[in-house]
Write a protein that binds this ligand. Structure first.
Ligand SMILES: [Zn+2]
Ligand SMILES: [Zn+2]
Length: 331
């Protein structure tokens, strides 16, 4: 029987269509196998030796004189930092210059790595870089929202194979994020708690959608998942802002992020995915109602007219089943 499920925080609905239930092998069937990549690619702008093909690094993590990670401006940035945020009018319509920050985190010198297979130390470096850049960018007077994300594979929208993440910071908070935040404020006003803290508690209590739990984090297939194998990594302790992650939290997050992505890599044969760190707006310090998390969205299905028309996603796989499959992944 199909059912509607509601996201407890946003109040958005999804449809879980159990009649069309798919197993992990259904998602890998007929898919082209990813080609094996070389450790170094001559024409890749992110490979060592080709540093002159990118803007200069302004943040580097080094080991024995060689870079392990570097951050550069996005050469093809959609936004630029040297513009204003002054609102302008075109007749009655509103516009603003394309002000913002767009950076690329080149995660490793190795062309053929991916987080699922990286040494833990390298994954830790990525999260350290995210936090350091977050702090630096948040100091910018006009930045409202810092979006840290990773596009893995062509279906997830990446054009470069070399492992990298992106940071794009913008001078506006979009309405759908405001709506999500408003719902968390209403919850907090009514119940006096953070709705995400309540969700984490409930998920850890029910257990069936939990994939991994560590000291600081839990990875979960959300009750109202929009996509098959949609996952979230929640910090267990309340925190509204990713920038507030502690050193111990970084080590733990590196572990759970890699372990969770590795389970996906094995269960679904290296699927394309996006992950996004959903941090509160930069002017939020210690608010009680919002809670940051990392969202993993595998690209296994396509969204169509119904989703676009209603904003209600039809998910063909039970989140409970996804969590079970991932929990049981063997190395
Ligand atoms: Zn490369
Ligand atoms: Zn919370």
């Amino acid at each position: 029987m199909p059912e509607f499920r509601q996201d407890w925080a946003t109040k958005e609905w999804v449809i879980i269509a159990t009649e069309r239930a798919k197993r992990p092998e259904d998602f890998t069937k007929g898919r082209e196998t990813k080609k094996t990549l070389p450790e170094k690619a001559d024409k890749c702008p992110f490979c060592p030796g080709n540093e002159d093909k990118t803007p200069p690094s302004f943040y580097t993590i080094q080991n024995n004189g060689a870079w392990k990670l570097r951050v550069v401006q996005n050469k093809f940035a959609a936004l630029q930092p040297n513009l204003t945020t002054q609102r302008k009018k075109v007749g009655k319509f509103l516009k603003v210059d394309g002000f913002g920050v767009a950076e690329v985190v080149i995660e490793t010198p190795k062309h053929n790595e991916t987080i699922a297979n990286m040494p833990d130390e390298d994954v830790k470096n990525i999260i350290v870089a995210y936090r350091d850049r977050y702090h630096e960018i948040a100091r910018g007077q006009h930045i409202c929202l810092i979006n840290i994300f990773r596009n893995h594979g062509q279906k997830a929208g990446t054009s470069l194979e070399h492992p990298h993440s992106q940071i794009i910071a913008i001078p506006i908070v979009p309405p759908h994020i405001r709506d999500q935040i408003t719902q968390t404020i209403l919850s907090s006003d009514t119940y006096g708690t953070c709705i995400y803290c309540d969700i984490i508690k409930e998920e850890l209590n029910q257990k069936e959608r939990v994939i991994l739990e560590t000291e600081h984090f839990a990875s979960i297939a959300p009750f109202a998942s929009r996509y098959p194998f949609e996952l979230r990594i929640y910090p267990k302790k309340h925190s509204c802002n990713f920038g507030d992650i502690s050193d111990a939290g970084i080590i733990d997050m590196a572990y759970i992020l890699k372990a969770t992505l590795r389970k996906l890599y094995i269960a679904l044969a290296d699927p394309d995915y996006n992950y996004i760190i959903r941090s509160g707006p930069t002017d939020y310090a210690n608010v009680r109602h919002y809670h940051w998390y990392l969202e993993i969205l595998p690209k296994l299905t396509t969204t169509a007219g119904f989703e676009l028309g209603t904003g209600i996603f039809i998910n063909v796989t039970l989140p409970e089943q996804c969590a079970k499959v991932l929990r049981e992944v063997k190395e």
